[in-house]
Design a protein around this ligand. Structure first.
Ligand code: HEC
Length: 146
């Protein structure tokens, strides 16, 4: 009787470990499963932060339309991984002081650009880690009704 109780205890422990592993897998794949910028990958709060940063820093040299307008940067980068753009602006911008912002600030500026471009906000911030950003593809906003 004693040994049977022990056996059941081990089985329960094994089941708990298996459940924890399955959960960890689900969380990891949710961050790296292929998505596009249409899938609500940035938050409204992040857009507001990004707007402030764009206006105080980027707008010294850029018009928003250079990125969001017809035939502009985001359209040119259709189908490219978001990581490429994040890495570019993080490494090169502001042109007079590259890498001077926090990664989260670059992510916020991108969220602002996407919002102006016409893409929908979601419940969570755009991530800043490479794997997650490599899994998100830049694409055009859905055309109205489409
Ligand atoms: C001091 C001026 C200056 C500031 C401030 C600045 N940029 Fe730039 N940016 C440039 C110049 C000049 C280029 C073109 C040269 C190059 O591609 O390296 C450029 C190019 C870019 C490009 C590539 C455009 C293309 O068509 O390939 C992006 C994206 C960009 N900037 C984003 C930003 C963002 C976001 C900010 C704010 C965090 C910012 N820049 C701040 C001067 C600036």
């Amino acid at each position: 009787m004693k040994s049977r109780a022990l056996h059941l205890g081990r089985a329960a422990a094994a089941a708990a470990v298996a459940a924890a592993c399955a959960l960890a897998l689900v969380v990891a794949s949710a961050q790296t499963e292929p998505r596009t910028v249409r899938d609500g990958v940035f938050s409204g709060a992040q857009v507001k932060r990004g707007q402030r940063i764009f206006k105080t820093i980027c707008a010294n040299c850029h018009e928003i339309e250079e990125f969001t307008g017809p035939g502009a940067y985001l359209e040119e980068h259709d189908g490219k991984p978001l990581w490429d753009t994040f890495d570019f602006i993080w490494s090169n911008m502001p042109d007079d002081d590259p890498s001077s912002l926090q990664p989260a600030e670059y992510a916020a500026v991108l969220a602002y650009l996407f919002s102006v471009y016409g893409l929908p906000t979601g419940g969570v911030d755009l991530p800043i880690d490479r794997k997650a950003l490599e899994a998100i593809t830049i694409t055009r906003p859905r055309s109205p009704g489409g």
